[in-house]
Design a protein around this ligand. Sequence first.
Ligand SMILES: Nc1ncnc2c1ncn2[C@@H]1O[C@H](COP(=O)(O)OP(=O)(O)OP(=O)(O)O)[C@@H](O)[C@H]1O
Length: 613
Amino acid sequence: MTTVDPQLVAQPALPARRRSGAFRRLLRRPLGVSALAALLAIVALGLLEPVLSIHDPNFADLAFANAAPGTPDWPLGGDRFGRDIWARSLAAINVSVISGLIGAGTGLVLGTVFGLISGYIGRRVDGVLSWTFNLLMTFPALVLVIVLYPVTGGTYQSMMFIFGVFLAPGIFRLVRNLVVGVRSELYVDAARVSGLSDPRILSRHVLYIIRGPIIISAAFLASAAVGVQAGLAFLGLGSNQVPSFGSMTSDAFINIYSQPVQLVWPSLFLSLLIGSLVLLGNAYRDVLAAPQGASSSSSRRRRPGEKAAAVDARMDRDDTSTPTLSAPTLSTTSPATPAGGLLRVRELRVEYPQPDDTLRAVVDGVSFDVAQGEIVGLVGESGSGKTQTAFSILGLLPPQARISANELSIAGENVIDSHRTALRKLRGSVIAYIPQEPMANLDPSFTVGSQLVEGLTSRMSRKEATATILELLARVGIPDPMRTFKSYPHEISGGMAQRALIAGAVAGRPKLLIADEPTTALDVTVQAEILDLLRDLQSEYGMGVLLVTHNFGVVADLCDRVLVMRNGVVVESGAVREIFRNPQHEYTQKLISSILDEDTVRTDLPVTAKDEG
Ligand SMILES: Nc1ncnc2c1ncn2[C@@H]1O[C@H](COP(=O)(O)OP(=O)(O)OP(=O)(O)O)[C@@H](O)[C@H]1O
């Protein structure tokens, strides 16, 4: 029976401060508002050109050549050919804005798409793409735009497209490096395990979290494109039928001594446009850099100081029907394999390349099974290879890891040969994951509910998924499911976050649940509650559970069988009861005796059906 965590009842008066969006915070800054207002005003002037200008920008009347500003119908005067400077300025705004959009847009699309792919996939794809963009970066962009001028037909749009291609490497490097930093975040792993496709993870989680620097760069790229287009037009590159601040400045230069005011108008509009873009980018950067009222959880990959979750060893579990392990190493019971194994691992090996080009095995020849409805503990001290074993099964190892196995079958499907693709199909529905640090596994940018629903939308409608998640949030003991559903991760406690993640993990009715130290990051009083909940859900859904822990007390409390790991190998395995009664390996004896040194968490052991049986 699951009881409600008293902390949850005491705490749900959630912190009132919700994070406001970056755009809203930008509007609270004088610099941001002024820059945005100036930019919008200029763009509006360009859009209203047909209404605001009396003459066509190319219409010439020599009677008004060099007309002074304020001449009726020629508000800013006439240029040396008798063209309306006001009409030409408005048209030039549109040309500049389109140039900024094409140049920055091309650079952003190419740089962002390939940066995401390169950073996320890594390995050879990363190598090839990085090399290609680095090569592109070595080309002198402006010279090439000028050299290719005849080929492109001389339109400013095509010149800006080519310029945009040369802007892409900067964005590529930025995005690629940001993605490399984000791809190992635990909430990205969590999204992967919940069954989301890579494009969905990239667009929803990764791109969303790195959008700030991209938006800032977009403002600077657009200002660069506007400036370059004006510069090229000043040099005479481009059609003289297209009004541009560059060509207007060039014309004004000829009259600089007789009509210096003609130089003022294009320079003023151009400076305002470029200046507002640059200042807007700066203001947005300041907004993102400023600390916010509400803190998001630290989502860096861990390891915080490990806190022992000791429980009293429950030795009297009825395990007569418990299947035994088929571990290749010392086993205290017969090595028979459980029939109908849900998970079968044979000779699993995980290696990492070292600086001297050798490979270091962190998991070395591990073999075991998990049958439907049983809980298998994977126990060992820090660094023994437990998480690497679990991550191998989940497909969450980093790209540099080398994984091999004679067999790695999940629900009868050997996934070792087509590891990535095969696992993608199984995640969420057949295999689910409960992480060690619940806060770090929730994306701070989205509400808890939206993240949990997301993992279900491939199987049911959004409405059904929402109803399922709300039901499960209540089932896992969250007092106000709707409130938690609508909260951001920083607005709920660690215990509540772990309950929410457990709800998300079991929502797809998985057959196999992998829990990696699910209580380590939690308060001592919450740990027992979460263990109770896990036991309840496991027996309710009949799942097989692989429980990673460093604590033999937790094993005694929950598990049917246990594997003891040390330095990447299984040193002993068998039924929990047997191992506790008669530990063979010195290391197992040490781990068991260490339970007595740790704090006692559980004093109110619930009587379960198993106990009664
Ligand atoms: N990306 C990596 N590159 C190289 N070695 C790694 C990498 N990740 C983990 N290791 C090594 O693998 C070994 C096993 O790590 P693992 O995380 O599986 O330990 P663990 O038993 O789960 O310990 P903990 O309880 O501290 O998480 C460690 O020695 C660790 O240094």
